[in-house]
Design a protein. Structure first.
Length: 428
């Protein structure tokens, strides 16, 4: 039976591409602001005189912030709308990133980075919901993949800020009162420019018509029953709970893989002979090239051979990268090859938006997707400390980084137990 197209839910090509541009910008700056901490963790640790374990919890609690923000803003997106909530979360993480430049105690640093994570957490599910509901079903894999590719571009932006802004301002000795604004502080101040992406979305991106229609219908049907309670009732209903639990586990294993490795790559390379600028540039350039290509190609490859086999192929590259960087990290070729495989292989994240958008119905899509993605990111707060612990046990930080390979294998297995509507209509 042929699917009937509801013309009231269609968009012009211009609206579709403006939505894509806006969401990619939001996700790109989201990544840049979030990852500045990863690139600059050694310099921050030196100024605040903190050890590796304290640094690991600074990274981890920022991840916890994303989990809390993902749950809260995903829920808000189902109640207040995707666009309005997305503008709000971009404003939060932009302001908090800029504010990081002006914190002078370790306690204040923890607070402002947790708040940054809180804002960062809301972007992914809101943006993915917009793309999934505005782009046509036959282009959904590609649209989500291009959106997810904003993350490696954000890594590149963060790396360029660190490589060029930090040395310039370290040499300039900027002073406010009795305080010296070291280069790492100015890097965070520049990160606040992400606020311009919120302005773009406000001016040019439409609200989801599917969300508007669902809200209108359910407001009439439910009358006295609060829509806010309905979202969570639906998630924990017999109909959805199994899918929701599997979706969350899929997200957790994927996130544990990424953050156990990526959180420590700059420090790992600096411990093994590279300077800050060199390690940041190398990581950023690989993310901006092989990482970007890997994310975009995931959508095209999965359209040809299917999402599941593509996912397995990509995660195999991540496992291989960990082995190479563990065994031969002091070799220049191993750094290059390992980074190329890791950044390309992390294109497996391009599947997440499509997977979550397909397995959850419209009325809970933003909330459920956000918990499955950013709630999972919150659970991965243990990934940075876990790497340090395993590294201490084996007296080799590279052994700690190998933890990621275990989790990505679990993620591949869980994907086969999730339902799929690949290539089908998701507007219900």
């Amino acid at each position: 039976m042929t699917e009937q197209l509801d013309l009231s839910l269609t968009y012009t090509p211009k609206e579709q591409y403006l939505t894509l541009i806006g969401v990619v910008m939001a996700w790109m700056f989201d990544a840049a602001d979030f990852l500045l901490l990863t690139f600059l963790i050694i310099q921050i640790g030196e100024e605040f005189a903190i050890d590796s374990h304290t640094k690991s919890w600074l990274l981890g609690l920022q991840l916890l912030g994303t989990g809390l923000g993902g749950i809260f803003f995903g829920y808000l997106g189902d109640i207040l709308g995707r666009k309005k909530t997305l503008i709000f979360v971009i404003s939060i993480y932009s302001i908090c990133t800029a504010a990081t430049a002006f914190v002078w105690t370790i306690e204040a640093l923890f607070v402002v980075r947790i708040l940054t994570g809180f804002g960062v957490g809301g972007v992914w599910a809101l943006g993915s919901s917009l793309i999934s509901e505005i782009w046509p079903k036959e282009k959904r894999n590609v649209g989500i993949a291009i959106t997810q590719a904003g993350w490696p571009l954000g890594e590149l932006i963060a790396a360029l800020i660190v490589s060029f802004i930090v040395p310039i301002f370290d040499a300039a000795h900027v002073v406010i009162g009795t305080k010296i604004l070291h280069g790492w502080r100015m890097a965070f101040l520049f990160g606040g420019l992400a606020l311009f992406s919120a302005l773009f979305i406000y001016l040019f991106v439409p609200e989801s018509k599917a969300w508007k229609k669902k809200q209108s219908l359910e407001s009439k049907e439910l009358r006295g029953d609060k829509l806010e309670l309905r979202v969570f009732k639906e998630l924990f209903s017999k109909k959805l709970f199994k899918t929701f639990a599997l979706g969350l586990l899929f997200g957790i294993t994927g996130m544990m893989t990424f953050y156990s490795i990526n959180s420590w790559l700059p420090e790992y390379f600096q411990r093994n002979g590279l300077k800050l600028k060199d390690s940041a540039l190398m990581i950023g350039l690989f993310w901006g090239t092989s990482g970007y290509i890997g994310h975009v190609l995931f959508g095209f490859i999965s359209n040809k051979i299917g999402r599941r086999p593509t996912f397995i192929g990509y995660t195999s590259l991540v496992v291989s990268s960990g082995i190479i960087m563990y065994l031969w990290v002091t070799e220049t070729w191993a750094k290059y090859l390992g980074l190329a495989l890791f950044t390309f292989g992390c294109g497996y994240f391009a599947s997440f938006g499509a997977v979550f958008s397909e397995i959850y119905p419209t009325e809970v899509r933003s909330t459920a997707s956000s918990i499955s993605y950013n709630g999972a990111r919150g659970f991965s707060l243990v990934a940075p400390p876990l790497v340090i612990w395993v590294g201490d046990v084996f007296n080799n930080m590279g052994a700690g980084l190998m933890v990621g390979g275990f989790f990505v294998i679990l993620s591949s297995i869980i994907l086969f137990f999730l339902p799929t509507k690949e290539g089908q209509n998701i507007i219900d």
